[in-house]
Every structure is written in structure tokens, then in C-alpha cells.
Design a protein around this ligand. Structure first.
Ligand code: F6R
Ligand code: MG
Ligand code: MG
Length: 366
């Protein structure tokens, strides 16, 4: 049976700054989806990660369906109306265009979706991150799908021996989708050369080279490319199929133990560790930490069943402690050097004017 999984997310307003949506907003989005799901969706799951609400939907309309995207868009509009009425901060901030044109791509919300031929058992992971950028998934995906140091299945499992093909997008290019396809293992160094730049090159999808099946779909939206100015970080969502011909759940999760440094946190302008957190976590320190949630599903004929909150486990408590420590270490040096992102990625323009003004005060000593 062919099933499409669509994860669409947006920041439509939050309590006390950019912390989390209110129960009223989550309820409005949920009620809208519930009311309009009939005949369209097989199943859905709604939650939030920091200030971003995600709608995970299963259906049979394929990827990029106007009806499915339209449902999410209207649900976010219904949520925005409540956010405005409640005086939430940044109400409707990711609904960047006034009208819906058939697909939410390029309008503000983030989308990760895949159409699959459902396996007899279809385990998959849904990741949602906040206060960071789509490239935050580059390193964990590289390690899980191309490095036997993290994914022993690459050397142990005959079904994975052929490796995986990576589709990588240049998200700085705004005229269209500029992509490159590279194969692991033979193109490893080329893949690494691109993926080191999380701001510009982002994994869009990964496919099994043995079966051609899709394993991973990530959202690649760059809000500041759409809006032409800073309107918030492009907090990503991602779908990862696991087990059998794909890496095991444990192999996909393993790299998140690093709590690697990514761009994000306060004003989207700092380099901070990515903390794995429990579902529906709120923002707690320095407009961060940059965080990632993971829900594990077993889908059957499009039905999602009861998800497992993957990072709700004592092991990840230890990782959270470590991430907090890494965070404090780099935070203590404030604006200095690698603590902040480079000039190109600073998303508040004020510093450019400041530096411009200072330019005129410089003189060259004779
Ligand atoms: C980061 C983020 C926040 C805001 C900060 C200032 O992605 O959303 O750190 O940048 O709270 O927000 P404004 O400019 O809305 O006052
Ligand atoms: Mg957010
Ligand atoms: Mg936000």
C-alpha cells in the first residue's frame, strides 16, 4: 500500500517571547485538523517543539498535495487567530504570504514528506528541532548513513552494503531548487566537503542504493530567503525510516549523543550544542537550547499508532547534562570568536549599520 507521510510545521506565535505555543493555539490547530481530516487523512499527530507546532499526517495524495498542504495552512491560520486573540508574541510569524497558492513550500512553514510503499512493518522516526537550522541534521545523518563508526550496519548488514545516496540542496540559491546527488561510500569526501557548511548545504533526502527506496526526508526552508529579512530561524523537521534495509533506530539516534554545535539560540546568532529533549519541550535558557525531539512510530496501513518519546530515557538525561555543560562553556565567552555565527549568518541587520558607521571613523596612520 502506498502511503505519504507529511510533516508540516510553523511558528505561529508563542508565550512569553519564543517559548512555546499556548494550549489554546495547539487546540485550535488540532480541532481544525480533526474537523477537516475526513476523506483526506488516514491519521495525524500534532505536537510542538519550542515555539513550532508540527502536524504529522498520513494520506494517499502524494507529496506536494495542494489539499494536504492547504489543510495544514488553514489549520495554522486558525491557530494564528487564537494566538492573536491571546496576545501571543509573533502571532502568525511563519505565514509569510497572505494567500495560499497550492503548496506551503516557499510560504514559510517547513515541510518534510515522503511517499512510500509501506513495508509489512513500517517503523519510522519523526524529528523536530527548534532554535536552529535545517543543516543541524547534516552531521547526524552523515554519521548514521555513511559512517560505520556510528552505523555498524554498513559493514554488518548485506542489505545496507551498497550504501546510500544523498540529495543535498544549496539553500542559498533562491531561483529554484539547486541540488546535487552524491553516493556513499565512494563520494564520501565530496559529501563531507559540502555538509561541513550547515548554513548553505543541507541534506534534502537520502535513498537506499540497493532498493532505490527513500529513507530520509528533511525540511530545507530558509525563512530569510523567503521573507528577504530575518523572521526567525528555520527550525527543521525530518522523517527517517529505520530497520532492515535502513539503519536501525539505534544507529540513527547514536550521533545525537554528540550534542554537536549548531547555529541557533538567541537571535539565531550563536553556536550552541544541539540538546535532545522530550516531546513538547519548551525553551529554557538563552532563547534555547537549540533542541531536537524524536518520536518513534510503527505505521500500519497509514495508521500511526502510539508514538514513543525517544529522548525520554535516562540515557538522554546524561546527554542533556553534557549539552548544558557544553552550552555554558561556549556561552561564557559571549560574543567572542566562534561563540557567535559569522557575519553572513547574523540574522539581525543592526550590526552591519554599526560597522558601516565605524568604517567612516577609521583612519590610516601616515
Ligand atoms: C531565535 C529566536 C529568538 C529571538 C529573540 C528576539 O530563533 O526566535 O532568540 O530572535 O527572542 O526576538 P524579537 O526580535 O522577536 O524580539
Ligand atoms: Mg522555532
Ligand atoms: Mg520562532
Amino acid at each position: 500500500m502506498k502511503v505519504t507521510i507529511s510533516a508540516i510545521k510553523a511558528d505561529i506565535g508563542a508565550i512569553a517571547g519564543h517559548i512555546c505555543p499556548s494550549p489554546g493555539v495547539v487546540n485550535a490547530v488540532t480541532e481544525f485538523v480533526k474537523k477537516n481530516a475526513k476523506g483526506l487523512l488516514i491519521d495525524y499527530y500534532i505536537g510542538y517543539c519550542g515555539d513550532d507546532i508540527h502536524i504529522l499526517m498520513t494520506h494517499q495524495r502524494g507529496v506536494g498535495s495542494a489539499e494536504i498542504h492547504g489543510l495544514a495552512w488553514e489549520a495554522f491560520k486558525a491557530g494564528t487567530a487564537v494566538a492573536k486573540a491571546e496576545g501571543l508574541y509573533g502571532a502568525g510569524q511563519d505565514l509569510l504570504k497572505d494567500s495560499f497558492s497550492g503548496n506551503v513550500r516557499g510560504l514559510g512553514p517547513g515541510v518534510a514528506e515522503m511517499e512510500i510503499e509501506e513495508r509489512p512493518a513500517e517503523p519510522f522516526l519523526f524529528f523536530a528541532a527548534d532554535k536552529t537550522e535545517p543543516g543541524a541534521f547534516n552531521l547526524p545523518l552523515y554519521l548514521a548513513f555513511a559512517d560505520p563508526m556510528y552505523c555498524p550496519g554498513l559493514m554488518l548488514s548485506p542489505t545496507m552494503a551498497a550504501g546510500f545516496s544523498f540529495t543535498i540542496m544549496d539553500v542559498n540559491y533562491t531561483e529554484g531548487d539547486r541540488i546535487i546527488k552524491l553516493n556513499a561510500p565512494e563520494d564520501l569526501y565530496d559529501i563531507a566537503a559540502l555538509l561541513r557548511d550547515n548554513h548553505r548545504f543541507v541534506i534534502e533526502s537520502i535513498h537506499s542504493r540497493k532498493t532505490g527506496e527513500i529513507a530520509v526526508a528533511c525540511s530545507t526552508t530558509r525563512l530569510h530567503n523567503i521573507a528577504g529579512k530575518y523572521v526567525g530561524k528555520d527550525d527543521p523537521v525530518m522523517l527517517v525510516r529505520v530497520q532492515s534495509q535502513f539503519p536501525a533506530t539505534g544507529e540513527v539516534l547514536a550521533p545525537f549523543e554528540i550534542a554537536h554545535y549548531v547555529a541557533g539560540d538567541c537571535r539565531g546568532s550563536h553556536n550552541v550544542p544541539l540538546m535532545p529533549v522530550k516531546k513538547n519541550s519548551t525553551i529554557g535558557y538563552f532563547d534555547g537550547p537549540a533542541m531536537v525531539q524524536c518520536l518513534g512510530f510503527s505505521m500500519k496501513e497509514g495508521k500511526l499508532g502510539t508514538p514513543v518519546d525517544i529522548f525520554d530515557h535516562p540515557y538522554w538525561d546524561w546527554v542533556r547534562q553534557k549539552a548544558a555543560q557544553k552550552m555554558s562553556e561556549i556561552r561564557r565567552q559571549g560574543f567572542s570568536g566562534p561563540a557567535m555565527v559569522g557575519m553572513e549568518e547574523l540574522e539581525y541587520g543592526g550590526i552591519a549599520e554599526r560597522l558601516h558607521r565605524l568604517e567612516e571613523k577609521f583612519s590610516v596612520r601616515k
